[in-house]
Design a protein around this ligand. Structure first.
Ligand code: ZN
Length: 73
């Protein structure tokens, strides 16, 4: 179950009646879809929400290196 982030500041997308975007990274809410990782890398909201508030909601998919083979003999 993924945490949803929907409390970021939103603003209307110009020229669209019912479309909104993140006020920081300008990515449409339909693309962000409540997920922090869908914000822009430099998005102030993403940095703040992912860095300080709460207690580490989740780690952004990191590649696990296959270097555990030396444990199996
Ligand atoms: Zn954003």
């Amino acid at each position: 179950m993924k945490p949803f982030y929907i409390d970021y500041p939103q603003e209307k997308i110009e020229g669209h009646l019912h479309a909104y975007q993140c006020a920081f990274c300008k990515i449409p809410t339909t693309e962000i879809f409540g997920l922090l990782e869908n914000h822009g890398k430099d998005c102030s909201y993403r940095i703040q929400a992912g860095g300080f508030s709460h207690s580490e909601p989740k780690k952004i998919s990191q590649v696990i290196e296959p270097s555990l083979s030396d444990e199996l003999d």
